[in-house]
Design a protein around this ligand. Structure first.
Ligand SMILES: Cc1ncc(COP(=O)(O)O)c(C=O)c1O
Length: 448
């Protein structure tokens, strides 16, 4: 077993990080990702599930660039694949050996009869393409999304974002609707009952009946909501959506940008419910850090026009030689190092440790997860489930960082999604740091 480095530092950010971040702050626009802004660190390198800043401090990474670094940091084979390709050529959309193999692998990995794949350069771009595909395939225009859903920040998807993010950014695309998502810990709109999945499905049916023009092209859903806090719906919800989409002639678009390629301990999270979507969207972890995303669809839908017209889906960078090299290396590493299985195994250890912490720390209202996609809800009071105030959460985040754990604890809905190469030892060390910090900060605020 490798010896682990000392983690974190009492003095964070260190002097070099402070200097580099201050230089950036003078010229960078505001609006950068919260985790980076709060940490104030300049990073230098990574190895596996560890990151080092420019002052030489090491951190266990429980965030993975928000679910992107599936194969961890600095993987030698990934680095070689990109270096080789960059030395040959980097641009354009001509076929390459690597891209042909990548597309074959994507189609082989996808469930059921999804047999056409197309590459893009960001998640939002792939979601936009899926909406164009659905409109082309159905000659309809309405789209249904869910409360809490997240699919990117471009204009075409704003209407299906189920959060305050879109406030002030209207008007939204006409024909976009949202319906409650079954969050068992925080049931939406007072929907109760033993069968939350059925209640949400019935709500959706009523919504379609009473609010839409009954021209639904697509239902777009995350099989587990990532941005909303790694929210796992009850089994039966996704399969119910599958049945409903078939019944009304809409496409079921499952957005697996976060959940895909092993994150939940299965290749795809739609497998939890045995669902084969009409369109599967992938990104983030499939590229190991290179900006690449994909849309995998049934042939009959992928042939629909205008989606399928020449240049109907091309973009400057979509599936370029570098993207193909990066994604192919990532998927080969995932297979050869059996990272889907590892995500299941190490995720189970981490979940068990966090459950043990929850016994000691009353602030933990709820813990759940599958594979290395875990949800931890921090609450003021377990019985009311009132979220812990944001300022205390930021304190928890900073104290974790000082002890060498980079985790998204700055919000009361803590999302834990480390690289899939995390091992049991680092998982346990990370959980121990979180436990120590929660106890320390709870003690500090014992009056609240
Ligand atoms: C489920 C899901 N879909 C789409 C996106 C958008 O991806 P990108 O940021 O690459 O545009 C995200 C990003 O977090 C996501 O979580």
């Amino acid at each position: 077993m490798k010896s682990q480095p000392p983690l974190g530092s009492a003095e964070l950010p260190g002097p070099r990080s402070r200097e580099i971040c201050a230089r950036e702050q003078r010229v960078a626009s505001p609006g950068a990702q919260k985790i980076a802004t709060l940490a104030g660190l300049a990073l230098e390198r990574g190895e596996g599930a560890l990151l080092w800043d420019v002052d030489g401090n090491a951190y266990i990474d429980f965030a993975a660039g928000i679910g992107v670094a599936s194969i961890g940091h600095g993987h030698p084979r990934y680095a070689r694949a990109l270096a080789e390709q960059v030395a040959r050529f980097s641009v354009g959309s001509f076929s390459t050996e690597r891209r042909a193999r990548l597309l074959e692998l994507l189609v082989e990995s996808a469930p059921g009869n999804l047999d056409r794949a197309q590459l893009f350069s960001s998640g939002a771009e792939a979601v936009e393409a899926a909406l164009r595909l659905a409109k082309s395939a159905t000659s309809r225009h309405e789209v249904m999304g869910f409360w809490g859903g997240f699919h990117g920040k471009t204009g075409g998807v704003l209407g299906i974002l189920g959060s305050e993010f879109k406030h002030g950014l209207g008007p939204l695309a006409p024909g976009t609707y949202l319906s409650p998502y079954p969050d068992p810990y925080r049931p939406p709109a007072g929907l109760r009952g033993d069968d939350l999945a059925t209640a949400c499905l019935e709500f959706l049916r009523q919504k379609i009946r009473s609010e839409t023009t009954n021209r639904i092209a697509a239902i777009v859903v995350e099989p587990v909501q990532g941005t909303a806090g790694n929210v796992f719906p009850p089994l039966g919800f996704l399969s119910g959506l599958r049945d409903l989409a078939t019944e009304i002639g809409a496409l079921l678009i499952v957005d697996e940008m976060i959940t895909g390629f092993g994150r939940t301990g299965r290749m795809f999270a739609c497998g939890r419910d045995g669902v084969v979507p009409d369109v599967l969207l992938v990104g983030k972890g499939m590229g190991g850090g290179y900006p690449v995303s994909g849309l995998i669809a049934r042939d009959a839908f992928a042939q629909a026009r205008p989606y399928a017209l020449p240049s109907g889906n091309s973009s400057s960078y979509g599936g370029n030689p570098l993207a193909a090299a990066a994604a192919l290396a990532t998927l080969e590493i995932l297979r050869e190092e059996e990272l889907v299985e590892r995500s299941r195994r190490v995720g189970a250890v981490l979940l068990e440790r966090l459950r043990a912490v929850a016994h000691r720390v009353p602030w933990i209202g709820h813990v759940e997860g599958e594979g290395l996609l875990l949800r931890l809800e921090l609450v003021r009071d377990r019985s009311t489930r009132e979220p812990l105030p944001g300022a205390i959460c930021v304190e928890i985040f900073q104290e974790c960082l000082r002890r060498g754990l980079l985790t998204m604890a700055y919000s009361p809905s803590v999302r834990i999604n480390p690289p899939l190469v995390l091992d049991e030892e680092l998982a346990e060390r990370g959980a121990a740091i979180l436990a120590e910090v929660l106890e320390l900060v709870a003690e500090r605020h014992s009056g609240i």
